[in-house]
Design a binder for this molecule. Sequence first.
Ligand code: GN1
Ligand code: MG
Length: 339
Amino acid sequence: MELIEINKIVKQFIPNVDVVAFSTNDKGLINQTFVVSVGKIKTKQFILQSINTAIFPLYEKGLENIILVKKELQESDFSYSFPSPIDDKYICVDEVVWRMFPFVEESVCYEKVKDKEQAFEAAKCLGIFYKSLHDFDAEQLHITLPNFHNAAFRFKELQEAVKTANANRLNKAKAIITAINKEQHVLLKFDKLNTELPKRVVHFDAKISNFLFDNKTGKAKAIIDLDTLMPGTVLSDIGDMIRTYSNVHGEESQTIALVKADAEIIEQIIAGFLSACGNILNDEEKDNLEFSGKALALIQCIRFLTDYLNNDSYFKTTYPEQNLVRAQNQWALYCSLKG
Ligand code: GN1
Ligand code: MG
């Protein structure tokens, strides 16, 4: 993207300003994100993002979800930032859908969990988010990504991909596919729990880079990346937290032999979350928090492997075997998780 094009888009959100600089943020695997600086004497930063509409075809419904949740949080005592799209609007330029967010000042974003205190902090922030939305009827939200954490559906997608994959990729994926086939009981248990547990407002992508931290105190400051806000159960968020935070070398680590869940981090996630919202959870929810991490690692393993077999049509990649390596990483993590 050129500065001139970025400027044209930004002016549709904030007329009478000029973009003086911008940089690309390549952390997400789906949308494209830029940090833009506007104004000459005193510059101010914003986040400009184009939405991957192939993955989020119901993005307008997604915006309605964000607006509803924002309103509810504003009426509660939720004290963290919840940066939502400027003017509650998305615009379309040359068939690309754009939105802008305020930049959360004096904040830092981490790709991997720094230490167990940080895991506690993020989980506590999520707990307050759940508590603040406890009286909100989550079923009001649109389901913008049907079957997103439906384990049986993800397993079926893998089976479909096996049928159409090219021989070379299928051969490389074979060992993990055989291993996954023996773990279907975990997928069944996860889906069954999801039909039984209370429906809550779920973030559905609670990885560490979706929390921003104060650059001085290290305290959680904001919760971001709201495209996947949907009705769901607590298992999806705590499961994804465990899956991503306990994997201390990160989901992109290619040194598979080193991938192993860190038990202390898992303890801190659960402690931080319960410290903020333990009183709104029922026993079945509490009893299955640790299990959810194991289930989510398996589901994510299946998703990466399916995408590998589908020639990388979903997750962005930067090298040829990346989705296979990601699946191997998740598999190693899964094997090391209790539950
Ligand atoms: C995707 O783009 P990003 O990183 O926010 C994905 C998540 C996965 C994650 C794996 C809509 O999120 O479900 O857990 O990659 N989001 C979607 O890194 O599929
Ligand atoms: Mg996301």
